[in-house]
Every structure is written in structure tokens, then in C-alpha cells.
Design a protein around this ligand. Sequence first.
Ligand SMILES: [Zn+2]
Ligand SMILES: [Zn+2]
Length: 256
Amino acid sequence: MKHRFLFTLFSLIIFLGCSKENSENNDNTLNKNNNRETVGFSANDLLSDALFKSMVIEVVYVEGYEPSQATITNFVSFLTDRTFKPNGILVEKRAIPSRGNDVYSIAAIADIERELRQNYNSEDQIAVWVLFTDGRSDQDSSTNSVLGTAYWNTSFVIFEETIQELSNSTFEPDRTLLETTVINHEFGHILGLTDLGSPMVEDHEDLAHPKHCDVETCLMFWAIESSAGIDAMVNMSSVPQLDVQCIADLRANGGK
Ligand SMILES: [Zn+2]
Ligand SMILES: [Zn+2]
């Protein structure tokens, strides 16, 4: 019997928007605007320690949709392997109540960030925001579920309710494995992959699936987001890794 993964196409999408708030000019707002640039804009600042010696990751989740501690540990390990932050990577995690919405647009997710985000870039610390939300993406269709989206230079959302529905049952992947894969993939976009702020050392962008890597086993391969990718994850014991070309791009842009 074929299970439902064969009929469900997953995708993790990137949102190539533009910051609209550059006209505001008090100091506080200027600081916030540094965290409202396009995806990939801060790749070098995140990878290198030229400007920022540490990183704070603000993990906010809707009650009932907390990522596992193993997922957070895996994510920090991924960042530690690829970025230079001699003063450390700090995680600040907290819960928020549900807003009761079934569906969220990225505009609505960004509004929640504007309202609740507490950490912005400071003198030598770069700040990252991630929301684990209930509800689903307004980009979902009968054949396509969005699991996560990177939408600003230091901001991404994980559709945790969708991840919970699609993990930890028979013929479904382990939840920590799926969460870690989605988070690392989205953060790969924020680190500028593929050709999204970290220029390619060698050409390896999959032109049929822009801003993704053409190596099938790579974390940044498009099929990570597809039924085939999720199918493979059912029996996988570890999270997909970046291939040598993606790592070369990150190293060329100041990373490890
Ligand atoms: Zn992607
Ligand atoms: Zn790759």
C-alpha cells in the first residue's frame, strides 16, 4: 500500500521580499531595519566574525508546538560547524499563546515578528528570529505543504503543526529528524545558499529549482522538500548534510 507521502509534495519556500521600512529613521527603528533585509543579505555577517562575535537565536513557539530539545541542539551544532562566533551561540526560547488562526500568510507571520521580536543586531552580536507556529501556510494546496519559509535576512518560520501532522507515525519520519532538516535547510538559505548571497565558487545551482543545489544528497537539494525526500527520511537515521560545493560557498563568504 502506498502511503500518503506519495501524494503529498512538500516544499520549503524562500520569500524574496523587499524591506519597505527604510524611510523610518529613529535609532531604534534603524536597528530593527537591519534585521528586515532580504534573505541572504546577512550571509557574511552570520558566517564570519568580522562584525559579529556572537549570535543570539530567539526561538518563539506557539503553545503546544515547541520543537524538541534535540532539534535545537542539532541546529546549534549545524551553526557551530559552519560559522565563526567566538563568543558563542545563545538560544532564547519562549512560548506564546495561539492566535487561533488556521492559516498564515508570510505577511501575517512578519507582523507577529514585528510585534514580539525582542532581539535585534547589536554592536557585536547578530540576532536571529524563528517562530514555530500553529496553523498552516496560505501557500499549501492539496498536493503541497509548506514546512518552513525564510522571509528576511535573519527571520524564518517553521510550520510546526504541519510538521507534527507529518511525523512520528507509521511510515512517517522521526519528528526531530524532520524538524532539524527543515530548520537547517531554511537557515541554509539565510546563509546565502544557493547563490542567494553566498556566491557560488563552482556552478551548482539547480536551474530547474532556483536557489537550490543540484547535488541529490545535499541538504540544499530541492527534493529534500518533495515527497521523494520525505519518503527517504522515513528510514534515515541522520539529517542531510551540506555537500562540498555548498560548504565551499560558505567558506568563500567567511564561513567555516
Ligand atoms: Zn529551499
Ligand atoms: Zn549543495
